[in-house]
Design a protein around this ligand. Sequence first.
Ligand code: ARG
Length: 254
Amino acid sequence: MYFDVTYSINPWMDPDRPTSTQTGLAQWKGLFDTFVDLGHDVQLIEPVPGLPDMVFAANGAIVVDGKVLVARFRHPQRRDESAAYEEWFRLNGWSTVQQAEYVNEGEGDFLFTGEEFLAGTGFRSESRAHDEVREFFGRPVTSLTLVDPRFYHLDTALAVLGDGEIMYNPVAFSPQSRAVLAERFPDAILAEDADAAVFGLNALSDGRNVVLPRKAAGLAAQLRERGYHPIGADLTELLKAGGSVKCCTLELRE
Ligand code: ARG
């Protein structure tokens, strides 16, 4: 892994602040071990020198029903990641692989509920990409607008827990999107500022176990009350680039 903060494309990234690739790698390894312990089949992609954000695999593509829509990144610093992901999917036997036409930062902005997509726009993915995803996968897409630059990808502001349940940070969304979420998910877990600020919503759930940043103690308590099993992960070094648990993870749905 070539993780580093050498440019700034979100408010978390400060290239003048020291970042340790080694610490980032050790923390990433901790997350990998957690997923393996949970019984997930974890596949890896070879890192590419000069692409320090490539550790955030969530952004590489959207993979649902065995179909792969490869990301198109907004910022030039990340654009070369697309080719690496496209090649990985072709070499690993995925037959329906297409490069997105519109700016589309993969699972960073497109969260699959099991039936449909919740899609973010406002900072990275364009709303035209929402239409492209609807057509490519043939599934409904609900568009949500992000308004707080700290929560620039949908997966930094909302997590799908399973069974129609989600958790989210209301202040990250426009008033209209907040109303859509409140209507669609009246029983959602709402994150407090303190938990959102440590990227507590950047979590991965298998329907029971929810891996989330360790510092999000309030969210962990709320999850426990609902019968989930929260598992804390320490990814503080990666947070210097504006990423955590979910950002590091691209789900491969056959
Ligand atoms: N530095 C990366 C960026 O700004 C972090 C990406 C985090 N990934 C995510 N799925 N939220 O693009």
